[in-house]
Write a protein that binds this ligand. Structure first.
Ligand code: 1PR
Length: 533
């Protein structure tokens, strides 16, 4: 019956649940949105993808009577799946801007991961879980990777142990899922966990009666190194969005009429990379320094279409800042970012604007709270904000020659210089700024960035390997995850960057545009002793 293919979705409007919607539709189900508390009580199966901050979510749920309805629904053991914050809200309280009271259905307090011992927080990426009891929906995922992104977690205790169906290890063992009867909740994102995640959702939606299955014996979970496929996107001279790729940020063909290099359509290529095994996909609008009217941001449509078929995290960057369009309408960066999130982005990446913000912060020592970086991370959480750095290597004879942090370089410069600093640039490398990559990275971490995308103009498109000196410098300077970028030309370059630095992920563009490299990398990873997803 039509009832059977309907899934009720509780979306309280705090952020992007587009991917959850897309995944449910992709699996052949229809969605009914909760409008009023009664819709919860009459649901056949309810999916609750929690997004945003704990306190804000509880406030909305309490105000509109949804909190009571949810408790009643769950107490009646009706089919329920909570995702991420949708798991955390079931517990007694959270320390996130708190203490704040939760729904109180499960004993336990939601607390923050402890980064004081050098643990990178947020926990972002693909990790394995240990199944501790049969849940009927997680049966097959022992040893498989699923995608997490969170700074808060609940610890297992005697009081909640009967609820726990799996745990995950990240610095400590925390609850990655709970199950009791028909009630399920997961800390990770099934809608972002590729085929493994889709199969979990499918099992829940089909709510097959739980059969007991012998559990495989668990091995310790470990956060995998991520491989990110990057699509540099721009409008070509005809006005179409195309994927392009530069050499040291120059994207013009230097033959035949100086056209922009066109490598294909963004949506199609992203779909291909997802199939080939990309752990994440990033779109960078490299013409983002131009002005677009918000309604017409060309990347929005690309995101909407991509997120219908790509079930791994999507990041979008380029042009995230305040601006006034041709008609005099002013847009805040928060509005621009919100449009991107609504269209299917999981993270936004800020380049030029973050450089200017960091410069001012270092000059004044004051966090104004008004920068794009601060505003977006306050509203969407710092895990949703990436700062993209575009540094250029500047050789010097001695560290005393500059006020910026230098490194002793592995390969000396053209005049035998033994040191270098890395100068930040804005507007796609067009303008150098008086701030180093090291100073920038530390400043943006303090201002609320959740991750750093570390490019290198010198290495971009050269295929000669990552700039190990730079990546070491930055990944040791901050505790948020660092994504190494620029220069991958062979599978070995990925193992080198993960062996020699503590980067959490590696991003590449050019190498994946040459067909088959991504799937080959995933296959060969095991042989070269690289722990990938
Ligand atoms: O400044 O907030 O509007 O953001 C602009 C964004 O666009 C920044 O993230 C910046 O890095 C990026 N960008 C701007 N111009 C270019 C260009 O190429 N002309 N591309 C550009 C950035 C660097 C990486 C590239 C890696 C890996 N390209 O995205 O994908 O270097 O390449 P490889 O594996 O082929 O070596 P804002």
């Amino acid at each position: 019956s039509s009832q059977d293919s309907t899934v009720t979705l509780l979306d309280y409007g705090a952020g992007n649940v587009r991917s959850v919607r897309n995944a449910i539709r992709y699996l052949g189900f229809d969605i009914k949105d909760v409008q009023k508390p009664e819709d919860i009580l009459s649901a056949n199966r309810l999916v609750f993808p929690g997004v945003g901050a704990f306190a804000a979510a509880m406030e909305v749920l309490n105000q509109n009577g949804m909190a009571d309805a949810l408790c009643m629904y769950i107490e009646k053991d009706r089919p329920f799946l909570g995702i991420c914050l949708g798991l955390q809200l079931l517990f007694e309280s959270s320390e996130e801007n708190g203490p704040v009271k939760g729904l109180g259905l499960i004993p336990g307090v939601v607390g923050r991961f402890d980064s004081s011992s050098g643990l990178r927080v947020p926990h972002i990426g693909w990790n394995t879980v240990q199944i501790t009891k049969d849940s009927g929906i997680l049966d097959d995922i022992e040893g498989q990777h699923v995608y997490f992104v969170h700074s808060y977690r609940v610890l297992p205790s005697d009081a909640n142990k009967d609820w726990i169906s799996s745990t995950c290890n990240y610095g400590e063992s925390f609850i990655s899922s709970i199950t009791r009867g028909n009630i399920h909740a997961v800390q990770f994102h099934p809608e972002k966990s590729g085929d493994v995640g889709l199969s979990i959702l499918r099992k829940f939606l089909n709510t097959s009666s739980s059969k007991t299955k012998k559990l495989a014996c668990g091995k310790a979970s470990k956060l995998a190194k991520r491989v990110i496929s990057c699509l540099d996107v721009r409008t070509n001279d005809k006005g179409d969005l195309v994927v392009t790729k530069g050499d040291q940020y120059d994207v013009r063909e230097h033959r035949d009429g100086d056209e922009v290099r066109n490598l294909g359509k963004p949506v199609e290529l992203a779909g291909q990379y997802y199939k080939d095994g990309a752990d994440e996909v990033s779109f960078l609008n490299i013409t983002g320094f131009r002005d677009f009217p918000l309604g017409d941001l060309p990347m929005l449509q690309v995101l909407r279409c991509t997120s219908e078929n790509v079930f791994v995290p999507l990041t979008v960057g380029g042009g995230i800042r305040d601006f006034t369009d041709g008609s005099g309408r002013h847009y805040s960066s928060l509005e621009v970012a919100s449009e991107y999130f609504r269209s299917g982005a999981d993270k936004i990446s800020i380049g030029s604007d973050a450089v200017l913000t960091a410069e001012e912060y270092l000059r004044t020592g004051v966090k104004t709270g008004k920068s794009s970086l601060e505003q977006i991370s306050r509203v969407y959480g710092n895990q949703a904000v990436v700062v993209s750095i575009d540094p250029r290597r500047m050789y010097v004879r001695s560290p005393d020659d500059v006020e910026f942090k230098t490194v002793k370089v592995t390969t000396p410069g053209p005049f035998g210089e033994e040191y270098a600093w890395y100068q930040c640039t804005v507007s796609g490398g067009r303008e150098g700024r008086p701030i180093g990559a090291y100073e920038l990275a530390k400043a943006v971490e303090e201002l609320g960035a959740g991750e750093i995308l570390l490019n290198c103009i010198d290495c971009d498109g050269q295929g000669q390997g990552f700039d190990i000196d730079l990546i070491k410098l930055i990944s040791e300077a901050v505790t948020i995850p660092v994504i190494a970028s620029s220069g991958a030309g062979a599978v070995e370059h990925f193992s080198e960057v993960f062996k020699k630095t503590s980067a959490s992920a590696a991003l590449a563009a050019g190498i994946f545009h040459r067909k088959e490299t991504l799937s080959k990398l995933k296959q060969e990873a095991v042989q070269i002793n690289l722990e990938l997803v």
